[in-house]
Each structure stands twice: as C-alpha cells, then as structure tokens.
Design a protein around this ligand. Sequence first.
Ligand code: PLP
Length: 429
Amino acid sequence: MIASSAPGLRREIAGVSVAELAERYGTPLYVYDAEMIRRRCRDLAAWDTVRFAQKACSNLAVLDLVRREGVLVDAVSTGEIHRALAAGYTPHAAKVASADGLPPAHPIVYTADIFDRASLDAVVKHGIHVNCGSADMIEQLAERMPGASITLRVNPGFGHGHSQKTNTGGEGSKHGIWHEEIPDVLRRAEWAGMQVSGLHMHIGSGTDLAHLAEVAEALERVAIEVGRSLTMVSAGGGLPVPYKPGEVHADLSGYFTLWDATRKRLEDRFGHRIRLEIEPGRYLTAESGFVITEVRAVKKQGTRKYLLVDAGFNTLARPVLYGSYHPMSICPQGDDAAQRLEEVAVGGPLCESGDIFTQTDGGFVATRPLPAAGAGDLLVIEIAGAYGFVMASNYNSKPLPAEVLVDGGSHRLVRARQTPEDLVRGECV
Ligand SMILES: *Cc1c(COP(=O)(O)O)cnc(C)c1O
C-alpha cells in the first residue's frame, strides 16, 4: 500500500484502507477511529468527571466506547436517555461518596431548558438527575419527584461560540437561568422542597479558552449565593478542536488549573469536597470522524471547477449551517495519484444551491486546493465526528449513511445504511 504522504491525499484511516471501507460499506460513509476517541477521553483525566455531551455523536458504539473509558454522559432528550441506557449506563449514582471524599457522580444527567411530557416521564421512571435550565422545570419535577436534588444551569449574562448559532450565553441565548434570577430561583427551589447540589454553565461551542475561562469567575459568584448545599460544579463544554490548517490544540492543563483553583476556593469556603466536571462534546469525537464520499462528476461552471460527490448537507450539515471548514483529501482509485493540486469547489447531490462543502459563513462558495480527481475517486471529509451524523437528515429522500468503527486495524458496522423502506416507514396513503 502506498503511504498518504503527498498533500491532500489519504489512503488510510487508522491503518484501514479507505478504498476497502468504501467497497465494503458503500458511500457516503461515516468512519470513526476508536483510538482517537480514547486518546481524547484520556486528555481530560485531570477532571473528576468527564461527561460526554452525546448530542455531538450518539451512536451506541461510541457511547459504549467512552463509557469504558470512565466517561459519564449528558442527555438532552428522551431519546438520549434511551441511548445512554441502551449503551450500558446505569440511571443513577451509587449513594456512597468515593474514597477521595467526593460526592458520587450521576452517570446520566438530563440537561435542558424544558421537560417535554415524555422526558419528564423518563426522568421520573429511571430516577435520572436533572440539570434545570428554567425555574418551571424545578416545580414540574418537584411534583413528580419530591425532595430530589437538582443542579442549575446558569446563564452568566455573556456567551461565546464559533457561530451566533452556537453561542449559549447572554441575552441572545434562551439557555440556562439568568444569573440575576438565581436568588429568586433558589427561593422557588426551597419552597418546592428541592436541594440545589450543583451549578453548571455552558456558554458556547468551539470558542477559545480565554473566553471559556471567564465562566469560572462567574460561576464562583453564583456558587456563593447557593451556599453549602453545593457539591458539584460543571465547566460545561465548548472545548475547541483545530479544524483549519495552522490551528492548534488548546492549553487544557492551564484551563484545568484555573477551574481547579475555583473549586478549591469553594471547598475552603464550604468546608467540604466539590466535584469538578467538564462536559465536552466536540472535543471527544470530532477528530475521530471521517466521511468517505465518491466523486461522481467533475464540471466547470465558467472558470470555476466543481467536484460533485455523493454526500450532501443531508450527510454533513456543518458547512451549510455554520459555514464550517472541514479538511478534505482525495483517495485516488489507482496507485498513481495526481501530484498536481487544483482549486476546486466541492458540492453534493441535493437540489439546492447551498449544497456546498467548501462554503464560508454567509453561504459564499469558496474553493480548496485538492489533488486532481475524477469520477470514481474517493473524497474524504475530515474532522467530521462531532455534529456530523447526528445532524444528518433524509432531505431529498436520501437514506441516512452507514457508520463504521475502526479499532486496532479492524473495522465493523455500527449502524446500517437506511434502506428505501426505512424512508417511508410509518407513512401511508
Ligand atoms: C452542546 C453542549 C455541550 C457540548 O458542547 P461542545 O461544544 O460540543 O463541547 C455541553 N453541554 C451542553 C449543555 C450542551 O448543550
């Protein structure tokens, strides 16, 4: 096998041939590198709890994999509670503190701004811990689970995200309980007989650490208002990953040190241990994921050259939603690859002009230097393991792609490609 040394070429994913994966499972195809997910879990070992925001990549095999790494899980819907249980998570914590004096961690936490009726039923049925993003949730839960302990998701009054759509703090965000409302909400919780055992803030996704760090200070102020019932603080998610050439990984140890100092000040004040959680989604799975597509047509529109592939924004929506950049590479059919790079726009099969993978924020079509490719060559879209498959849709009546896990040089199907029958299931004339 020829190494993928030339720029823009990739013949393997974690030691497995891209061509073989495409041949075996068809395209478009999601592929995850298990070892990369494990490595990202271990990067965060300093934190007492790493809680995976499964909405980033909720395939059961991925949940099982992070569970085996000791990572706990967040659920934002009834469906995500169901997935967590199906992947082997137990619904509630052992009632005993761990050897280091820390309070027990909840294996599954339901975090949301509302309960729909089904999620309230599921939480009550399984006794799942709730992180409340609105005061109404507290009262609705109190009626069904009197005396339960809860955590509060706080909106600190500011936020950041890689896009306005991923900013989850400030007045422009619907998320969390507004910081100035906390004293009132604490009174309502007390009145309802509920114990506030922790605080959580999540201000945005994929932002930079300097902004995320402001959260620690804001959380500390609110923690003091909550007082001694507090035994857990969560830094939320939002850890960035490098997507573009030249971007680098963030300073995770500096970030931990800052939060650890906040936690220790609160421990000194309250005289007991406080569990420190982090809640990454993107960080754990983004870099593990690849979309393998086949180039089906190459055409010129005036001076611009387009590669049209069999994946569209029904497969990977981040470019059309956020103008997100994903690295791409070509896996040529034959052994002799083109060494020549050419500027191309990459698009999909959908009947919509926004179906372009090389677009910038605002929907402008851009180009990318890629090795010259033709119909039948494969194109690999990289760093697609977070907010990839989970945002895929059936638009244009396209089946959801298959998902494959690569581990230790072998590969297995972890979700079958949808069939035409799947597409019309539940419909009738
Ligand atoms: C989406 C989300 C996360 C994860 O965000 P990432 O940017 O993927 O790390 C964490 N916590 C909550 C509550 C979320 O909604």
